[in-house]
Design a protein around this ligand. Structure first.
Ligand SMILES: [Fe+2]
Ligand SMILES: [Fe+2]
Length: 208
């Protein structure tokens, strides 16, 4: 840790080493080595940022019988107790993380966050869960309950319908004993440990 302004580390609140360009057209390999070093550290902290953002759902009821964090914990608890694997459980935990910033398209937000770290199947399930969840309430709002059927015949239609039926639509019970968020935190750290795909990864860095 450098406390004297050296560029080999930074203390809390310090900016640390910085690139010298004022426009990317002036960027050098040295500049981008500095930025890549910062990015590696920042990316390692992604699971903690995701968990902090998830906590914003605490106390946010929106008229539901349980708040949105409780709903998330309950969806994940039900999936875990049903024997689902860790990646699935993390998808269940985070499926509504977009409720704060994606008021009109919350599944897209969760899907975007999870995309580098999960299978295409789980990504598709999270991205489309809103349409499938609508089967249980769209008709009460004058909407088409079967909107999900635009995907009828899709290879992951049943998989996503099952997620909503078994876990998501069932996770509004104030009397259900959820696991605490701390129970899921190590799972989030493991799933977010290494991206499988990203435009910033070289081919040889891509996890299988
Ligand atoms: Fe949702
Ligand atoms: Fe949900």
């Amino acid at each position: 840790m450098a406390a004297d302004g050296e560029t080999d580390g930074k203390m809390d609140g310090e900016v640390g080493a910085q690139a010298k360009f004022h426009a990317m057209t002036e960027g050098t390999k040295e500049d981008w080595t500095i930025i890549a070093t910062h990015a590696a550290e920042f990316n390692r902290e992604l699971p903690a940022r995701v968990l902090s953002h998830l906590k914003l759902l605490d106390g946010d009821y929106g008229g539901f019988p349980v708040d949105r964090l409780t709903h998330s914990l309950q969806t994940a608890s039900r999936a875990h107790r049903d024997g689902r694997d860790e990646e699935y459980v993390v998808c269940a935990l985070l499926h509504d993380i977009g409720d704060t910033l994606g008021s009109y398209n919350h599944p897209d937000v969760a899907a975007a966050i999870l995309k580098p770290f999960v299978s295409e199947k789980n990504h598709w399930m999270v991205a489309n869960h809103g349409l499938f969840q609508g089967y249980y309430f769209f008709h009460h709002l004058g909407l088409d309950q079967n909107m999900r059927d635009v995907y009828k015949g899709h290879e992951w239609y049943d998989y996503t319908a099952e997620f909503c039926h078994l876990y998501d639509q069932a996770a509004f019970d104030p009397n259900y004993e959820n696991e605490a968020l701390a129970f899921f935190e190590p799972m989030v750290h493991r799933v977010f440990a290494a991206p499988r795909k990203s435009i910033y990864l070289k081919e040889e860095d891509t996890a299988a």
